[in-house]
Write a protein that binds this ligand. Structure first.
Ligand SMILES: [Zn+2]
Ligand SMILES: [Zn+2]
Length: 124
């Protein structure tokens, strides 16, 4: 039986729609608990697991930190991590074909690219 659409689930889904960037469980909690007071972090983790199983969310694995989550099914894209606030944002551009960087005799199958620096708020 699919999970009931509780106010907790609704608030968590809305957090992802509103933020439109990868969120850590803590960030989800900060956003969603504004709508649903007394929302516990354990509930956040449980609902995140459900939404991943339902393929509503997918994990974003960045080096050196626990996974964040974003809406599943997005087109190929990259991320920008702010070194001051720790926020991760979506980047829509892509340098494209990186075969020119690939060592001789290697076969390139994909790439991961993380931009780092200061976000607009922290740079302001
Ligand atoms: Zn920032
Ligand atoms: Zn790319």
């Amino acid at each position: 039986m699919p999970p009931r659409e509780t106010i907790q689930r609704t608030a968590i889904r809305e957090a992802f729609c509103k933020a439109d960037r990868p969120l850590s469980p803590r960030e989800v909690h900060d956003i969603a608990s504004k709508r649903v007071p007394r929302l516990g972090i354990a509930t956040i983790y449980r609902v995140l697991r459900e939404l991943i199983e339902e393929e509503y969310l997918t994990a974003v694995e960045l080096p050196g930190e626990p996974p964040r989550y974003e809406r599943a099914g997005k087109k190929h894209h990259h991320h920008f991590r702010c070194r001051r606030c720790g926020g991760v944002f979506e980047v829509h551009g892509c340098p494209g074909d990186l075969r020119s960087l690939t060592p001789r005799g290697f076969r390139l199958e994909g790439h991961e690219l993380l931009l780092v620096g200061l976000c607009g708020k922290c740079n302001g």
